[in-house]
Each structure stands twice: as structure tokens, then as C-alpha cells.
Design a binder for this molecule. Sequence first.
Ligand code: BDR
Ligand code: CA
Length: 318
Amino acid sequence: MQHQLDKRTIIVDTDPGQDDAIALLFALAAADRLEVRAITVVAGNVPVDRAARNALVVRDWADCPEIPVYAGCPRPLVRDLTTAESVHGKSGLDGVHLHEPHAGLAAGHAVDFLINALRSSPEGSITLCLIGPSTNFAAALIQAPDVARRIREIVMMGGCYFTRGNVTPVAEFNVYVDPHAANLVFQSGIPLTVLPLDVTHKALTTPVRIEKFRQLGNRCGSAIAQILTSYGRHDIENFGVEGGPLHDPCVIGYLLDPSLFLGRRVNVVVETQSELTLGETVVDWNGLTKRAINAFWINDIDADGFYSLLTKTVARLP
Ligand code: BDR
Ligand code: CA
């Protein structure tokens, strides 16, 4: 796959969420390479109003009041909402003090914003970062299928194949919460890169890596260190990993330096019927089905390179 390292315009669709907050800071810090057009918020780790409040708080930490934050769908397309407060805490941003946001949400619904922003952008110009359940974008695509051609690439955190699930034995949280939306994304025909648990479970925190954020001496480095000190307990206890997997920041890391990642172009279908395996990402790694390729599935990372890029990038923030 050819990787163009020019400046990209991105929209980040998110459910902050501890690792989402770090992904947002990573993106906002990389202003030389990423123009963040907006942050759109979806229900996922916590209900949408709490996730939206958290996005506003993170925007304040980065001192980027000009970047609009839109609240979006309060529940998945078909299913009831499943949240992950056991992982991210009741606030969604466990471990750090949350102030009253300095400014409010942008007027309007995130789905309307997505449709209008995409329709008014040139073809193939916007990169969409999906780091929560895909509900907002799926709703936009159902309402306005023509927006697909405005998108250059979707880069999403979701799914698992070599690694087992983190919410059921076979399903990863973002895909499990809204499998119907995720499957729409996979079958949309839009260029799609996926950062699944297979890779994020290789991007683990360690005490040394966390300390490096603290040592930056800036507000955002300190917020990240505080979040990461509480983050990961759930995964360490339940999945036997040695640190907290930095899922969502892998999306931004991939955009900034794809040479840190390895993957394969494959066909992926999301299970939406079976109760037992709902939300499983069925990856045809060896091309057995001859189904058309629809995703670039990442399964490896230079974790030291990734943490060093993340640390040095957030060093630019207040
Ligand atoms: C994903 O689920 C959420 O809890 C995280 O923020 C991440 O987007 C990992 O499965
Ligand atoms: Ca997330």
C-alpha cells in the first residue's frame, strides 16, 4: 500500500474514554500534519452527554477552542447501548480532575455536521478517524450515501482476529456495541484501514513509558500520565496483558507514521446475526472465501517507535 505523508484533514469520531482522550491530544498536537476539522461524539464508553463533556475538557487541555465538538447518536443503530464504565470509570476519564468546560458544544447534531461537512468538501479529501462505535458515520451514510466519495480514507480502531475479544470471547468493544454500523463501514467500499486489538494489544503501557509523559512537564503530559496510571487495570486483570493497550492513539500514530505498522489487505465481514458471536470481525486472512478485499488490517507495530512519537508529539501541547 502506498502511504502519502502529506497533511490530512481529519474528523475524529469518538466516545471519550481514557484512550480516546489521549488520541485526541495526539491529533491536536500534530497540527503540522493533521488539520482536525471537528470532533464528533458518539455513545460508547459512556453515555453521549458524558462523552461530549469529556471531549470539551480535552479540547481545553490542548487549548484548541476553535475546534468544534458536536454531540451525536445516543445509542447504536439497532441494539441497546452497552457502556464500558468498568474500564474507563464512571466519568469516562478516570484518574484525572475534570473541570467545567470553558465552552460548550457546537450547535447541531454530529450526523448533520458529518453530512454537511463531507458534502462541502472535495472528493477524496477527508480522513475519518473512527475511535468509538461507528454509529454516527453509519447514520450519515444511510441518510446521505453520496458522502462516501468525499472520504479519502477511514481509519478505525475496532475488531480483533488473532487476539480474542475484550467484551465477549470473540468481539471487540467498538464493533460489539454497534455491529450493524461497523458492518456498514466495512461494506461501504470506502478505503478502510483497521487498527484491531491484534495490534493495540502490542502497544502496552509500562511504568517507564508513563513516566516519560509525566516528565514532559506540561499540562497535557501530566493529564496523560494521570490517566494512564489508572488505565489498564481492567485489561491487566482480565486479559493477562502486562500494561494498558493504547487502542485509539494507534489510529493517529498510523496517520502520522504508517511505517511503524504492518498489515495485510483482506476481506472483513462483521457478524450481525448470531447472539453467540455478535460483533465478531470475520477476517479472511488467507483469502479462503475469495470475497473482495475491503480493508487494510493492521496486526503489528513498532511499539517503542509509537510511544516515542506519541510522547514527542504531545510535548508540543500546553
Ligand atoms: C475500544 O473500546 C473502547 O473502550 C476504547 O476506547 C477503544 O476505542 C477498544 O476495544
Ligand atoms: Ca474509543
